[in-house]
Design a protein around this ligand. Sequence first.
Ligand code: EPZ
Length: 429
Amino acid sequence: MSAFVINGGRRLSGSLAVQGSKNSALPILAATLLVHGECVIHNCPALSDTDCTIRILKELGCKVMRSGNTVTVQNSGSNVFEIPENLMREMRSSVVFLGAILGKCGKAIISAPGGCEIGLRPIDLHLYAMKRLGVTVDDNYGKLVCEAKEGLRGSKITFSFPSVGATENAVLAAVRAKGNTTIVNCAREPEIIDLCDFLNKCGARINGAGESIITIEGVASLKGCEHNVICDRIAAATYLTAIAVTGGDVEICNTVPGHLSSVLPLLEEAGCEVRVRCKNIRIKAPRRLNRIDKIITQPYPGFPTDAQAVFTALATVAQGTTVIVENIFESRLKHVPELVRMGARIRTEGRVAVVEGVERLYGADVFSPDLRGGAALVVAGLCANGETVVKNTRFIDRGYEDFEDNLCVLNADIYRKVKKDGRKENPEK
Ligand code: EPZ
């Protein structure tokens, strides 16, 4: 098990280019299954989640090579339609392969992904969409056998909730279906737009990505293409909060500021100076942050649930009280008790957290409860007095590429402590 060791109190400075989007790269890599030929995906972040996705593609018969942040996928056309259980368990978001495998093979066998650290994560909306496209689903004790006996056929799909993953699966299955599909009340996240841009480059006919209604005209085949994955807006938000809590002054590059339209105003409310120039965001933070009145997570374009934890960390050292409401996942406040160990003053009731800002946090040994909660503890450690040890970095490694190295580039004092055979590695020794 490895841990991040952080000595807090240093102001972040300099500039940093933000990684490609994990939540865009995963469905796009799955989508390469639908393509005959070679796809070249640039700006694909090197993460444990993308590594797992690449292993699944290889299990499904694809040839995959990575060179830096470029991943090349050769789809051999093999008819493997079952994802091994161990890989499904390693990464629950591999459920997004369901639509792609059905689109390619007309049959798919996956194990029910099950819940994770932030909630039960049901997939009823995914299965509803597949059934609307002519798929039968048999649940054999957790193994889902899905089959389109007469082939996938276009239909109207109306979601009761704009689920990101269910929208992605519906798109992936519909692009190769016979006939037209309309998806109503679909997710509008930028990652949906990026997936549809990729598929349209391959010859799909998708309209309305980014809106609440997407229409798809099924096509017989898709050809390979080259694609640049969009910037990771959640990684960008994470670095922005790290700069804010340390009174820093940094230029964040290679972003899509428009994807942060519900995040940047909150940083300004907290007293930061935020200047946008093309793909760059310059943020200058005050010595002490003002409070943010309330943070309420919503589907895009509302405030992103994935940025809630790091903004909770920001609120702990702001001047005043912030009310945080987590509307998307039922147990996404697990970072709160860890922040309280660092001296934060937070009361929670269900999905609501009331944060009373304090002058300073103090360093402590804390555990990452999940991916974004772990990032929030690193953000808190950067502004805490003394040393913070954030354990369970494996959660953080799922979504942040070169996290500690990037923070060091910005003048943070952080290193990764890895226990190998009981020995501790420490850069000082
Ligand atoms: C995607 O998860 C992201 N993951 C999540 O990011 C993100 O938090 C989430 O969208 C919301 O933006 C990836 O893209 C890989 P949902 P997803 O389906 O697709 C309920 C991160 O930190 N729901 O929009 O699973 C569900 O329980 C991760 O990078 C159903 O009830 O999110 C949740 O309460 C975490 N039935 C809500 O909808 C379903 O069939 C939102 O889920 C599907 C979802």
